[in-house]
Design a protein around this ligand. Structure first.
Ligand code: ATP
Ligand code: MG
Length: 628
């Protein structure tokens, strides 16, 4: 070898030079290193072929990619049952070539399953074997007793170690450059010869070989050939993949006078740089996901802020509603009147990804049946008397957002069929129209009646019920979450005070009365009662400021403890008289000496009332300015 031919091997870049027909003239040491065609480093083994009984260890981060086209079925070659494994899965396996009994071991992960690693540890014939995929570091690691065989991958690779079935020595291991050696996992498993490594590796002769014989027809190789024959000019610093290895390449034409006689490819291995780049990109994606999650959490918090309550029952439904908001599926809100169905519907919309789209409300009970269809679906001009121009329906207006069908139980049966169709096909036609209009909407429905019961009575279509009942949320009545009453009162009063611009307090007795009442009208009723009391009362809201039916309570008795404690029995007449007297005093106290109201509370006539006041010596005027 002459002096000049040694120079390329001293260079730090990989150099490949070809003539104008593509035959290799220079392939320096660094290029061989980059593409892994120097095999005299690392553990040695002679050339050979896989045999039945050989122990095979596999680590493949993406079955079917860069492994010679492995399929789950191919795992049977080493006695591994491929049940559950699919193309694209990460697979670690240990088995024996030719094992027909299916005693191989396998573990696998779906591509979208988040995991840091996949590890299979086992022992075969007293040899401890580990097959391991480290996803964040992109390392396929096979460990035989204490000896480690690593393979770093960028995107995908199939790594494999084969132990001789009788000597238990390593007879093959995968390493960088397997593509150029044509030693993909599948080929070797199918019985293709492999070349020796280490001291058994032959000097890999590159001189005068055609470039396509060594490298697959990649973008860079094609460009190199084009520059070499004069079809293209010099190319500077492009990133590319050769044999699955990321490289940065420059191509320079070699000329003799005006004649193009070849080209030189200068290559720098940027595997690490690329890995860092990918890591950075992944970190950015994770960051973005985290950011999106934080933003959506923020919106969710804001959206549900208006819903007051700390009781386990309301907290539970809020949690379900937050999850429903994310899911984008149909939600059915059930609950008595005034429990917050409208409030929840809006909150779910605001917390969902559709928050910037429209929120369209429609009350199925309040629109006359003959107009409902055109309200919902719109109509074409002239489709019925009065349809003087075309009109968009609520479903069309809700496109990209949410439509809230309140009191869906009131929907006429004919329209139930049409709504079902919209839910199934996400499209509808206007009244009198032929064109089908596609919509992207989320439906929230509410009912204060038991829909299931209506289905069994034939008043509501079963198929529609099942379609809207994807996520159903039943809002608890106020009487089942009494611990929230104080919070609700405080909240409602604050809002009302802002409205009337005055601060007012509730007496303890009022709190007690409101707490003990059963609230058939739920929060709406509580709001109405408080609003009325606020307007009627002085600085402190007293029992007398509450409506009579609240004072009377749910069982019709005036609120409070027993009027007479019949611990000490005496003559019946005295007991009754004592009770009457106390009832009068209490009624006057509550009504602040308002005789007419007191009579109403006690449900007695005027004459009777005044007679009794006289009899017990009670003066109603004394109660008028008494504030407690
Ligand atoms: N958890 C809650 N926190 C604060 N306010 C609430 C809550 N639930 C309901 N409200 C208030 O109570 C009133 C009634 O609520 P909403 O209209 O949502 O009830 P609804 O279940 O739709 O009643 P209906 O069946 O009569 O239509 C509204 O003013 C609403 O703001
Ligand atoms: Mg409502």
């Amino acid at each position: 070898m002459d002096f000049y031919s040694k120079i390329p091997d001293l260079m730090d870049e990989g150099i490949i030079a070809i003539d104008s027909e593509g035959y290799i003239k220079i392939y320096n040491r660094m290029a061989k290193n980059i593409f892994g065609i120097n095999f005299n480093e690392g553990p040695s083994y002679p050339e050979g072929v896989i045999k039945d009984g050989d122990i095979v260890v596999v680590a493949d981060n993406m079955l079917g990619a860069d492994d010679g086209g492995m399929t789950p079925e191919d795992l049977k070659l080493i006695g591994v049952n491929p049940c559950g494994v699919e193309l694209g899965y990460a697979v670690v396996a240990v088995g024996r070539k030719g094992d027909k009994t299916g005693q191989g071991y396998v573990k696998f992960l779906k591509p979208d399953q988040m995991a840091n690693e996949l590890l299979l540890k086992t022992s075969v014939d007293d040899i401890v074997i580990e097959s391991h995929i480290n996803f964040p570091r992109r390392i396929l690691r096979i460990k035989i007793n204490d000896k480690i065989y690593d393979y770093e991958y960028i995107w995908a690779a199939g790594h494999m170690v084969i132990l001789d079935g009788s000597t238990k020595c390593v007879k093959f291991y995968q390493s960088k450059g397997y593509t150029s050696r044509k030693e993909d996992m599948k080929f070797i498993l199918m019985g293709q010869h492999f070349k020796g490594k280490g001291r058994y590796s032959k000097v890999f002769e590159t001189y005068n070989k055609h470039i396509l014989e060594l490298h697959s027809d990649s973008e860079v190789v094609r460009k190199l050939l084009n520059v070499a024959c004069g079809k293209e000019n010099d190319i500077k610093g492009v990133e590319s993949l050769i044999n699955g290895i990321p490289v940065r390449c420059s191509i320079k034409a070699v000329t003799d006078g005006a004649e193009r006689i070849g080209a030189i490819l200068e290559i720098v291995d940027i595997t690490e740089l690329k890995a860092m780049q990918i890591e950075r990109e992944e970190a950015l994606i994770t960051l973005k996901k985290l950011q999106d999650k934080m933003i959506s959490e923020k919106y969710k918090r804001q959206a549900f802020k208006a819903i007051i309550g700390q009781s386990p029952k309301i907290k539970q439904v809020i949690e379900i509603a937050k999850k429903a908001a994310e899911a984008n599926s149909t939600v059915l809100l059930l609950g008595e009147s005034g429990t917050g169905k409208n409030l929840f519907a809006e909150a779910i919309h605001k917390a969902s990804s559709r928050r910037n789209g429209p929120f369209i409300y429609i009350n199925c009970a309040s629109i006359p049946e003959n107009l409902l269809e055109s309200e919902l679906f719109g109509h074409e001009k002239g489709s019925f008397t009065g349809a003087v121009s075309e009109k968009k329906g609520k479903f069309e207006m809700a496109n990209g957002g949410t439509i809230f069908l309140d009191e869906i139980n009131e929907l006429p049966v004919t329209l139930q069929a049409k709504i079902l169709h919209v839910l199934q096909s996400k499209s509808f036609t206007r009244v009198g129209g032929l064109k089908s209009i596609d919509v992207d909407i989320r439906i929230i429905a509410a009912s204060n009646k038991d829909l299931e019961q209506l289905v069994s009575q034939g008043k509501f279509r079963g198929d529609l019920f099942y379609r809207i009942n994807v996520i159903s949320i039943t809002l608890p009545p106020l009487r089942e979450r009494k611990e929230d009453i104080y919070l609700l009162i405080e909240n409602i009063c604050n809002k009302l005070e802002d409205k009337i611009n005055k601060r007012k307090k509730l007496s303890h007795e009022v709190y007690n009365i409101l707490y003990n009442y059963e609230w058939p009208g739920n929060i709406r009723e509580l709001e109405n009662v408080l609003e009325r009391a606020m307007l009627m009362s002085g600085d402190i809201i007293q029992p007398g400021d509450l409506p009579e039916y609240i004072l009377r309570g749910n069982n019709g008795n005036i609120h409070g403890k027993a009027l007479v404690d019949v611990k000490d029995l005496g003559p019946m007449r005295d007991i009754v008289e004592e009770a009457e007297k106390r009832a009068l005093l209490k009624a006057l106290k509550i009504t602040k000496g308002n005789g007419k109201k007191a009579m109403e509370l006690l449900q007695i006539g005027k004459t009777n009332f005044y007679e009794k006041l006289k009899k017990f010596g009670i003066e109603s005027s004394k109660f008028r300015n008494n504030s407690s």
